[in-house]
Design a binder for this molecule. Sequence first.
Ligand SMILES: [Zn+2]
Length: 392
Amino acid sequence: MSKFNPISGNLMFDALKNDKTIIMACNTRITKGIVKGIFKAAKKTDSAVIMELAKSESDLSGGYTGLKPKDYAQITKEIASEVAFDIWSLHADHLTIKKGTPEEIDEMKKLIDAQVSAGFTSFALDASFLFDFNGKTVEEELQKNIEVTVELADYIKEKMNGKEFGLEVEVGEIGKKNEQGMVLTTPEEAVAFINELNKRGVFPNVIGIANGSTHGNIYDENGKPIEQISIDIEQTISVAEAMKKEGFNTRIAQHGITGTPRELIKTKFPSESILKGNVGTLWQNIFYEVIKATKPELYSEIVEWTLTNFKETAEKKGCKSEIEILGKYIKFAVGAKNDQGKFIFFDKIYSLDKNTEKALEARAYSEAVMFFEAFHASGSAGKVRDFIKRTA
Ligand SMILES: [Zn+2]
């Protein structure tokens, strides 16, 4: 085993759970140049880092990144080894169960099998959609989420066969809105959820909550890109404090950070409560920004394809500008296949010239350094190394 293979997420979370550090988790939907830039930044600042893709982004047929779990694992492991960076985990983000049917759960188990054999070291079970609005108590409302989370957590444990792993769970659908605005997770919900999981032998390291963030790029009512300042910091602290008061070892995983001003993160985020911070769409934005300059023809083709395929859907869903449509739907281009099942853009994207790759790497490097700074993560890898030595 290479000493640059991913370490168990559990070790990283345990080592840093009482630290003022947010571990950056990167959904690198396009790995070209970007993963290397991030790993180099992690090495330079000695920051623990997580590479992750959600089920929608990477499943047994490739998801919308076109990468199967084994492809993503192979690419990230190769680059970690090339850069010689050791403190990173390979995480399965949003293993989303939407209905909770036996078929859906069986499908998920197959994906978990593939992730385990590819060497994933951390998993996020997301059954937050299974909320029972007719439940009379918080426990009743969460019953289905609890059952599915326990079943799949036990399954991962069995498949990992004694190997430690990181575990993330989710309560409250991220980005959900009603007439009053964003629907936020309450401290009571989080406590009841973790309590029920603990009773059943499941001890998550982190929990994703609905706290006012939205996944991906965000826009105003005219379709103009805006910064994200909607994360409810007070609510986040209340949830984290309520869990600490119970003595839980579960901290918060902040989803949907793209678009949040880094000075706000650095100065206002409760980094002693948030342990994992997901940055996804930003890396994709960088990719398109770079190829727009270095490969304008390919960029135009992708833009054209996105607008042709998604303009109607996007407008129905309320998108107001071309920028907004692209910002929300261009993600489907990389893994897109034609009628013959052949990739449309994937091969071009993964055979970009050296200069483009260098530009991607440099942009990712600089963004990652700024994030590690904002996340108070510099030096965190050393703390994880010490923790591993102490507990070995
Ligand atoms: Zn998320």
